[in-house]
Design a protein around this ligand. Structure first.
Ligand SMILES: Cc1cc2nc3c(=O)[nH]c(=O)nc-3n(C[C@H](O)[C@H](O)[C@H](O)COP(=O)(O)OP(=O)(O)OC[C@H]3O[C@@H](n4cnc5c(N)ncnc54)[C@H](O)[C@@H]3O)c2cc1C
Length: 549
């Protein structure tokens, strides 16, 4: 019964082309904030609400009758869905382009059926049937991909099905001594956290898509959460995987470390559904924190800010959440938050010698008040040579309270005719500022036209000893040819990144990043991936067109 509820909820949300069923109403954008934004980016007073999903055209299902009968016999007729609503609910992910396509009734690929197996063994059986009938299979977790990862591409096959893992949502086992939990792949992040919390543990993986994304999706995309500085990226948490492939089941991970050749777990992690369907993930868990504290500082200018984060990373004093916004992002956060009076705040900061405010959010989790105090003191001490002004705990805690609100705000901005999208990369510290400038310039040049004054803002939220991620958000008035407007800008940014940083720090390759993959991994790299694909999926039924072209 519980499965039905969560699956229905997922369909409803996705059909509306918004993050929650209440759409833009779930965001808090005050009239003052909107007025500010209109003036800042040159937005006219238009509204472009989402159109009802009933206007979207859904082609009939092409699932062959004999294959359908076999699939129904395997997973149960109730778990083979061919109705329009179910299929439309799994047609694509949650990128800006996906949402625009749904809002404008543009064409997009719809799967011929949705399969909901309830056991790992049944996933294996589904792959065998689909392989025999030449049917493409798109593994579908939370459907939050922003790179076309769950597009229902057929790849020349007779039909394409979305293999929705929502019913694989159990905690298989928990070993408190080794601190390892085995989770089924379709479990959503909030459920994982609440099940682990009942045993005193946490995963510590909090991406902005936390509310909807799944354990299998995190593993398949090498996801990174907002607290990655403390808890690590998702691949750092993976101890083992159970993977269904058309050639049979593949289990990996018997020890915490191994010299038995290359780490093949890392071939499954990041495989984006093209090398198998992850059915279970053994993850490292940590004791749930007893204390946490978030606070905000302001640093003067991007360079001082990135020097500060580098210092923290290289001296091993990063807070669990360490997030530096550039001047533009700081301005937008202050203006759209509604709570902070930006003019008064800027006056206060100027009086303290801060000309180019860059917000630095620091958040610590700890097992005790004492440990929290120790770590906080160490972080702040490492910053002592850098001019900072404290905005205190309230701003930090308010960032924490709103850390999953971005997608709701995006829905509201989409309704107001704003083009709002993000992209990310990472590079070494020596190149970081130059790459940021190059990507900013490429995006601004591409998006500036007529009275439009695009804002391109950036933050660092994942820092390493040798470098950091750069996460860009764009706000500009939406052009009539909205898809082309963004695709042109994305190409300009991708070209600026290629060869200088990674084409994706945590969103994965999907369809959208393929043009630049070879620049990153080389022709040989592409051939290695293709050889791995041939070994596990000789007929090429798994997620065609993703990761590998
Ligand atoms: C608003 C928003 C904010 C986001 N914020 C972040 C963020 O902070 N950090 C971050 O890392 N990402 C973020 N993302 C991207 C996205 O949430 C991640 O890529 C996430 O890991 C996808 O999980 P999912 O369960 O939704 O996977 P899906 O979108 O369903 O699938 C993603 C890819 O993995 C494959 N896949 C899914 N499940 C399996 C499985 N069990 N076995 C094999 N392949 C599978 C799919 O075929 C697809 O290629 C964000 C996305 C949105 C829309």
């Amino acid at each position: 019964m519980c499965h039905t509820v969560s699956v229905t909820g997922q369909i409803e949300h996705t059909l509306r082309g918004s993050w929650t069923s209440s759409g833009a109403a779930a965001a808090h954008l005050s009239p003052t904030s909107m007025r500010w934004l209109r003036q800042r980016i040159g937005l006219t007073d238009t509204t472009t609400p989402a159109m009802p999903s009933s206007l979207l055209e859904v082609p009939g299902s092409a699932l062959p009758q004999d294959a359908r009968a076999e699939l129904e016999a395997l997973v149960g007729a109730a778990n083979v869905l061919v109705d329009d609503a179910a299929r439309l609910g799994r047609a694509g992910g949650m990128s800006y382009s996906d949402l625009i396509r749904r809002r404008s009734a543009a064409e997009f690929a719809v799967p011929d059926a949705v399969l909901l197996p309830g056991e790992a063994e049944l996933v294996q059986g589904v792959l065998e049937i689909c392989s025999q009938h030449d049917i493409a299979v798109v593994p579908f977790g939370g459907g939050t991909s922003v790179v076309g990862g769950v597009d229902a591409l057929r790849g020349g096959k007779r039909a394409v099905v979305a293999l929705d893992l929502a019913r694989l949502d159990r905690l298989v086992s928990l070993d408190p001594t080794s601190r390892i939990a085995v989770l089924q792949a379709g479990m959503r992040a909030p459920e994982a956290e609440s099940l682990l919390a009942a045993h005193g543990f946490t995963l510590g993986h909090f991406p902005q898509s936390f509310e909807r994304a799944t354990i299998g999706g995190f593993a398949a995309t090498r996801s990174a959460g907002q607290a990655s500085s403390g808890y690590g990226r998702f691949e750092d948490m993976v101890e083992g995987v159970r993977v269904a492939t058309p050639r049979g089941e593949w289990r990996l991970g018997v020890a915490p470390a191994s010299a038995a050749g290359p780490d093949l777990r890392q071939l499954a992690v990041g495989s984006e559904g093209a090398l198998g369907v992850i059915t279970e993930v053994a993850v490292r868990v940590r004791p749930a924190p007893v204390r946490s504290r978030y606070e905000a500082l302001v640093v003067d200018g991007w360079q001082a800010g990135s020097d500060a984060v580098r210092e923290l990373a290289q001296s091993h004093n990063l807070a669990d959440v360490t997030r530096l916004s550039d001047v533009d992002e700081t301005e937008v956060q202050f203006a759209l938050s509604g709570g902070l009076k930006s003019r008064a705040l800027n006056g206060y900061l100027r009086a303290r010698g801060i000309r180019k405010p860059c917000l630095l959010i620091l958040g610590w989790d700890a097992p005790s008040r004492r440990e929290l105090g120790r770590r906080r003191t160490a972080t702040l001490r490492a910053l002592r040579d850098i001019r900072t002004v404290s905005l205190g705990r309230a701003v930090g805690e308010s960032w924490k309270a709103g850390r999953f609100s971005g997608p709701r705000q995006r829905d509201a901005l989409l309704d107001k005719g704003v083009c709002v999208e993000t992209l990310e990369t990472a590079t070494h510290w020596g190149e970081l500022s130059e790459l940021r400038s190059a990507v900013r310039t490429a995006l601004v040049r591409s998006l500036r036209s007529g009275a439009n004054r695009p804002i391109v803002m950036c933050h660092v939220s994942h820092a390493y000893e040798t470098g950091a991620s750069l996460y860009f958000t764009v706000l500009t008035p939406r052009a009539e040819n909205a898809l082309e407007q963004w695709q042109t800008a994305k190409k300009a940014a991708g070209d600026a990144i290629a060869g200088r940083g990674t084409i994706s720090h945590h969103h994965a390759v999907g369809v959208d990043h393929q043009p630049w993959l070879e620049a990153e991994i080389g022709g040989i790299g592409n051939e290695v991936l293709a050889a791995a694909k041939r070994a596990v999926d000789p007929k090429g039924i798994l997620n065609p067109g993703k990761l590998l072209s």
